[in-house]
Design a binder for this molecule. Sequence first.
Ligand code: ATP
Length: 204
Amino acid sequence: MKIGITGGIGSGKSTVCRIFEVLGIPVYYADDRAKWLMSNDEKLVGSIIDLFGENAYSQPGNILNRAFIADIVFNDKEKLSALNALVHPAVWQDGESWNEVHKNAPYTLKEAALLFESGGHHLMDKMITVFTPKETRIERVMKRDECTKEEVLARMGKQMPDEEKKEMADFVIYNDGEHSLIQQVLTLHQAFVKQAFTKDTNKG
Ligand code: ATP
């Protein structure tokens, strides 16, 4: 079973995933992996240079020039789509290889901030969204990233509203300080393991 986990910026996706990892569940951090592939996957690096020019990487060391790319795609939707069309298949392929390595796990998790927005949820068996009130997310991200409220709001503006994510998800984890995070993860974990076990038994 492939479970997708998403949620708005600062909702606590990574925090929740770390609890699943403690339970022995493999987690694929798609956004971190995408960043890694953009600097280390030769074919992808070549395509990014074709799209943005040599300035996309600082020399020497082939370090991705994030600020340069971000500046371009922020105001150019076509370039953003073209970049996504390069990165998404590369991450998908990488994720498939990763799944193969973890095929004996009862289930795996794929964590990504824009899993609904990118349509990636269609490739998952179930979807979880982590919900945290907006004000709490703003406070947490300002503290974590040492940035301004305006910067957090700008990043939030590019994401699907929480209410839509909650409607589209199969499960919601509330990270609002009122519900126990560990208890919610444990309940889901037990249900997923049971489902995986039932599937295996039915296969004979
Ligand atoms: P992003 O979308 O930006 O990658 P995220 O959804 O993965 O963020 P986290 O990085 O897990 O979110 O959490 C955001 C910040 O809030 C982190 O600094 C984290 O330590 C903190 N945080 C998360 N959950 C809680 C909680 N229940 N109580 C206190 N702090 C929390």
